[in-house]
Unconditional design. Structure first.
Length: 222
């Protein structure tokens, strides 16, 4: 004779503590993945800032920085000095200077950069001025348009900027349709604790920008 049994199936009843442990474990796993993703981005930002990818391209593009009444700031000057060293190597037929101006300024960053480079031997006729952008995305988006105006085949660029800013600039350039490589200045005035802080911020910007697109992120980390 078989023992009596309740034919009604029983629900899998688990304690509230067990459910919370699973939620906690999932949260810890997600947190570990996010930290790992950020650390990889930080390593890539650091590596890109110490890798010179100089090669033949259609244009050298120098990212703008502050200028003081027509005189480049030390940060912008370091970038321009690097361009002045690259130009005689004959790796590009154009140089694109970027950056608009702040309210009250008499000169744009692009105008200031062009004057500085002309004084150092870069011919005026090869300099293209992108003088409307107020952040990296706007400037590089305009660069893609200006180069297309020069020649539909002009697409490859070598981006000159500070080491911490190199990877994000290259990724933005690629997002707007350019074939981009980086050549960071070796004389950046952003050093020590400031450099570390900028690397940390840029890694966050790169990590988020890769997920959301850099257009959405533009202006937040410049």
């Amino acid at each position: 004779m078989e023992p009596d049994c309740d034919p009604t199936p029983h629900a899998d009843v688990r304690s509230p503590g067990s459910r919370w442990r699973r939620v906690l474990l999932a949260g810890m796993l997600l947190g570990a993945l996010l930290v790992g993703y950020y650390l990889v981005s930080l390593l890539q930002v650091y590596s890109a800032g110490r890798s010179d990818e100089a090669r033949p391209v259609d244009a050298i593009v120098v990212m703008g920085a502050a200028q003081y009444d027509g005189r480049p700031s030390p940060q912008l000057e370091a970038r321009l000095d690097h361009v002045a060293e690259l130009w005689p190597q004959g790796i590009a037929r154009l140089v694109v200077v970027t950056g608009g101006k702040q309210p009250g300024d008499r000169f744009t960053e692009a105008e200031t950069s062009a004057s500085y480079l002309i004084e150092r031997g870069v011919p005026d006729e090869v300099i293209v001025r992108e003088d409307a952008g107020s952040n990296s995305f706007q400037s590089l988006d305009r660069v893609s348009v200006l180069l297309d105006d020069q020649s539909p085949e002009a697409n490859s660029v070598l981006i000159v900027t500070d080491p911490y800013h190199t990877l994000r600039s290259v990724l933005i350039a690629r997002e707007v349709g350019l074939t981009a490589h980086g050549s960071p200045t070796t004389t950046s005035v952003v050093t020590g604790g400031r450099s570390f802080q900028r690397h940390v911020l840029e890694a966050g910007g790169v990590a988020v920008g890769r997920l959301t697109g850099f257009d959405w992120l533009s202006g937040m980390t410049d």
